[in-house]
Design a protein around this ligand. Structure first.
Ligand code: DP6
Length: 342
């Protein structure tokens, strides 16, 4: 029996940085789910054991240990997996070497395939519904993947100002938001392609003994409370202030951990400066956020798309590796597919 899903990547506005126990976050986070940056995965389940995996039709034995580790981590919830062989075919919409993390889209697509199969064989899982179970499994694969299970704005991690938010699985942002945030644009500028010098997993671990640890975690709760007012009222000025502060705080935490490290590149800073200058002069609401790497996500409302894209093509493109960027926007979340080849 075969199941197939496509699942998008996401970009955090308030960042998950630091974790405990079995991939539980040290602080709450909220993200935009993207649309074009996605992974498509098909899993063929048959009786037996073992895993094999192809990426774009090519065998990838080097991915097997990571997938086996993931399957072991979810086995307590899905013991049936121990008597199945999984043949996994996967492909990413973005190039493997683009520096875009494929773990959120990849782990969520695989988790959705597994939960759908579990449902087909009538396995009763612990979570309340299909998507909660898929988010729990995704989280166990990669923390940020827990948020890729839903479209739009997604929250992961318990926080006093959001009733149903919790550390186990992500939830769709439950309140009404200003329409300006519904189809927000995110253009990913590829500053650096290839492997990062320090993995996210190593970066999270450095939060364990970080001198600013408790301040940071309480700041994230405070930011989650602030962003809810911003989302409701469409307060774009404070949206920009808060999300840029979050991005720079993330990198500030990296720089102030021990050992310290820097993932931004000279062109990352050039782009940040250009965006801030453009915003001052044009009064247009263009801003940036960063993930744990050198690439820059340029954020702007769909209403200024034309001017935003012109600025990127005229000014920012010179700072991108081989002039590469991916013009994405907020999307509606994963889709079940009936045919992987399509
Ligand atoms: C900076 O989810 O990639 O993108 O849980 O170890 O797989 P693991 O880490 P990962 O960390 C993502 C960190 C971030 C911020 C975020 O997405 O919230």
């Amino acid at each position: 029996m075969t199941t197939s899903w496509e699942s998008p990547s996401n970009i955090a506005l308030i960042k998950y940085w630091g974790k405990r126990d079995t991939q539980l976050p040290s602080n709450p986070s909220i993200s935009f789910t993207l649309s074009k940056c996605k992974t498509t995965t098909e899993v063929h389940f048959s009786e037996g054991t073992g895993v094999n995996i192809t990426l774009d039709g090519t065998d990838k034995p080097e991915f097997i240990p990571k997938i086996e580790g993931f399957l072991e981590r979810i086995m307590h919830r899905h013991p049936w997996l121990s008597s199945y062989n999984l043949q996994i075919k996967t492909r990413n919409s973005f190039p493997h070497s683009s520096g875009i993390a494929s773990s959120a889209s990849g782990m969520s697509a695989l988790s959705l395939c597994i939960v759908e199969f579990a449902q087909k064989i009538d396995f009763k899982f612990d979570a309340l519904n299909f998507y909660q179970e898929a988010s729990i499994l995704s989280r166990l694969g990669s923390g940020s993947a827990s948020r890729s299970i839903y479209g739009g704005l997604v929250v992961w991690g318990g926080t006093p100002t959001l009733e149903n938010a919790n550390d186990e699985y992500a939830i769709e942002y439950p309140h009404i938001i200003d329409p300006i945030f519904k189809n927000y644009c995110d253009v990913v500028l590829l500053v650096e392609v290839g492997e990062k010098s320090v993995s996210s997993t190593a970066g999270h671990a450095l939060m364990d003994n970080h001198p600013f640890r408790s301040q940071r975690f309480s700041q994230a709760h405070q930011h989650l409370s602030e962003i809810q007012k911003i989302l409701k009222t469409g307060d774009i000025e404070n949206f920009i202030r808060l999300t840029e502060l979050e991005a720079l705080t993330l990198h500030g935490l990296m720089m102030s951990s021990s050992p310290s490290y820097i993932l931004m590149k000279p062109n990352t800073l050039k782009i940040i400066e250009e965006i801030r200058e453009f915003r001052r002069e044009s009064k247009l609401p263009l801003s940036f956020t960063l993930d744990a790497g050198a690439n820059v996500h340029v954020l702007f409302p769909a209403a200024v798309k034309e001017k935003g894209m012109a600025f990127i093509k005229n000014t920012l493109i010179q700072y991108c590796k081989e002039n590469r960027f991916i013009a994405d926007h907020v999307g509606s979340g994963p889709k079940r597919l009936t045919n992987f080849e399509k």
